[in-house]
Design a protein around this ligand. Structure first.
Ligand code: HEC
Length: 111
């Protein structure tokens, strides 16, 4: 029994942030619940601290790309921006992209 408790503590302790498995975008928007896991899964491998193009490793940097229009622009095929993630990378689904747009439209809250 003791072993089991220890094992589950270990499991939860190491649990990684995952993008919610969405089939529809939620009206509630959350940086920590929706945006950060999305960035970690689809963007951070190329956009960590020290990246020349766009650093997306914390709220302030992600919010800056939201404010400039780059974040939504590059996710939604706006011709003024370079499409992201690049086509040979793991692609988010349209609901996940909708969720990022909703967060930006809501004023990109740090919540
Ligand atoms: C495989 C690596 C890779 C991944 C994954 C990736 N990017 Fe990029 N990103 C780049 C590179 C390289 C550039 C610079 C492109 C250039 O200047 O030609 C770039 C540029 C950008 C820019 C500046 C674009 C512009 O139009 O000026 C933004 C914003 C951006 N990425 C956001 C994202 C977001 C958001 C994600 C995740 C959904 C993402 N990237 C995923 C490699 C990546």
């Amino acid at each position: 029994m003791k072993k089991l408790i220890f094992a589950s503590a270990l499991f939860f302790g190491c649990e990684k942030a995952t993008v919610p498995d969405q089939t529809t975008a939620s009206e509630d928007v959350s940086y920590h619940y929706h945006v950060q896991p999305f960035i970690e899964m689809y963007c951070i491998s190329c956009h960590n601290a020290g990246t020349a193009s766009a650093e997306l490793y914390d709220y302030d940097h992600v919010a800056a790309t939201a404010a400039s229009g780059e974040l939504v622009g590059c996710l939604t095929g706006n011709p003024n921006y370079i499409p992201m993630p690049p086509s040979n990378s793991n692609q988010p689904n349209t609901f996940q992209i909708d969720q990022i747009e909703k967060w930006v439209e809501a004023g990109y809250p740090n919540n």
